[in-house]
Write a protein that binds this ligand. Structure first.
Ligand code: S3P
Length: 433
């Protein structure tokens, strides 16, 4: 059954919330915990569908992962060469991170494996990871000449590489680095702008030799990884929905606790601040190699800005909700250099233009972005998620400032990254004094 949610306009939001753990860091904690010697304990793991796809894949390869009270995971690492051939196809569900990172990791194993996913994932481009892996010696086949999953991987011995990626993509970079773990010598990846660096940070934390430099990163292969205690901070990409919610809903003041503010992810804070948003970072600290803060957000009068260049990969998952903020800002917001949005869980440029447009917003699509003319109000009405969790949640935030109720179709997808989103949205409405 396809779930539908109805969201009413809000008068203000308040209180103190903690959003779930970071999705990217949660994936990597399972991967590196499985490849390490000894046990890894993960606190704050995101129990969403995407991360469970990664967890199940490693269980299928013989890794014992215990689920302890309070959502804590205990991973019994098998070492770099301890994974076993899975007895069945590995289902990555909706998760691009699972399929792309696993492709790199599986390329260097001593066994055969097959990766697939849901209908959305099977439409997303995979050659971007095959292109750097094949020269390392990887043997990978896929539909459409290797562009689409299912992907079949015959693990083999790999050679180190030096790859200049044409796109700023952490999934591409991480796939090459994970393959590089299995190659003797140094593997280097360069990218046009720095994408999220969680793989580099966590590899370093687990004991690998990883050297970032201006424009890229070098990893030394065949390290011995040691199990660690990983604290996963709250996901800034999930916090982003509540940041925009509090900014655009008059009379709001909201404290979002323990948010990961890694500079490769905190573009949303810079963008909303440049739009005139009042966001205050409090209690800054570092946890398991990642910077963390509490974020206090107060409703603000936003203004349109231009967004492009190196800022784009630092906020790549936040453009649906940034377009909502822009729809209520004074003046014009222009988003450029964001062509990657067209190959996310759905085409996020087309989806936001269509759904915000249905509510009366003035939004134009560009090949590599959007132009949004802000206005005071949007109408309510019927919209749809396009099967994409971030589109569903962005529309729920837009509904808070609409002039009547909004019904969002196909909202089950929010379980991929933010299972308790709807309860938390209800809570912040009630906690307004
Ligand atoms: C992710 C990287 C990003 C992001 C995705 C998660 C990761 O994708 O959009 O949600 O965990 O590495 P790209 O690397 O393809 O930009």
């Amino acid at each position: 059954m396809i779930e539908t949610k109805t969201v009413a306009p809000a008068r203000g939001l308040g209180g103190e919330i903690t959003v779930p753990g970071d999705k990217s860091i949660s994936h990597r904690s399972i991967m590196l915990g499985s490849l390490a010697q000894g046990t890894t304990v993960v606190r704050g793991f995101l129990h969403g569908e995407d991360n469970h796809a990664t967890l199940n894949a490693f269980r299928s390869m013989g890794v014992s992962i215990e689920e302890l009270p309070e959502g804590i995971l205990k991973i019994h690492g098998k070492g770099l060469h301890g994974l076993e051939e899975p007895g069945d196809v590995l289902d990555c569900g909706n998760s691009g991170t699972t399929i792309r990172l696993m492709t790199g990791l599986l390329a260097g194993q001593k066994f055969f494996s097959v990766l697939t996913g849901d209908k959305y994932l099977r439409r997303r481009p995979m050659k971007r990871v095959l292109t750097p892996l094949v020269p390392m010696g990887a043997r990978i086949w896929g539909r459409g000449g290797g562009e689409y999953a299912p992907l079949a991987i015959q693990g083999t011995s790999l050679a180190a590489t030096s790859y200049n990626s044409p796109i700023a993509s952490a999934q591409v970079k991480s796939a090459v680095l994970l393959a590089g773990l299995y190659a003797e010598g140094q593997t280097t990846v360069r990218e046009p702008h720095l994408s999220r660096d969680h793989s580099e940070r966590m590899l370093t934390f687990f004991g690998a030799d990883v050297q970032p430099f201006d424009g890229g990163v070098t990893l030394t292969g065949l390290p011995s990884l040691e199990g660690r205690e990983v604290f996963v901070p709250a996901d800034v990409s999930s916090a982003a929905f509540f940041m925009v919610a509090a900014l655009i809903t008059p009379g709001s003041e909201l404290l979002i606790k323990n948010v990961g503010i890694n500079p490769t992810r905190s573009g949303i804070i810079d963008i909303l601040t440049a739009m005139g948003g009042q966001l205050e970072l409090q209690n800054l600290r570092e946890v398991s190699g990642e910077p963390v803060a509490d974020v206090l957000v107060r409703s603000s009068d936003l203004k349109g800005i231009e967004i492009g260049g190196a800022l784009v990969p630092r906020a790549i998952d936040e453009f649906p909700v940034i377009s909502v903020a822009a729809a209520f800002a004074e003046g014009v917001t222009t988003i450029r250099d964001a062509r990657e949005l067209r190959v996310k869980e759905t085409d996020r440029i087309a989806a936001m233009v269509s759904e915000l447009g249905a509510l009366g917003a003035q939004v134009e699509a560009r090949d590599d972005g959007m132009v949004i003319h802000g206005q005071e109000k949007l109408s309510g009405g019927k919209v749809q998620s396009h099967g994409d969790h971030r589109i569903a949640m962005s529309m729920a935030i837009a509904a808070l400032r609409a002039d009547s109720e909004m019904t969002i179709a196909d909202t089950g997808c929010t379980a991929t990254s933010f299972p308790d989103f709807w309860e938390l949205l209800q809570k912040v409405r009630c906690e307004k004094g």
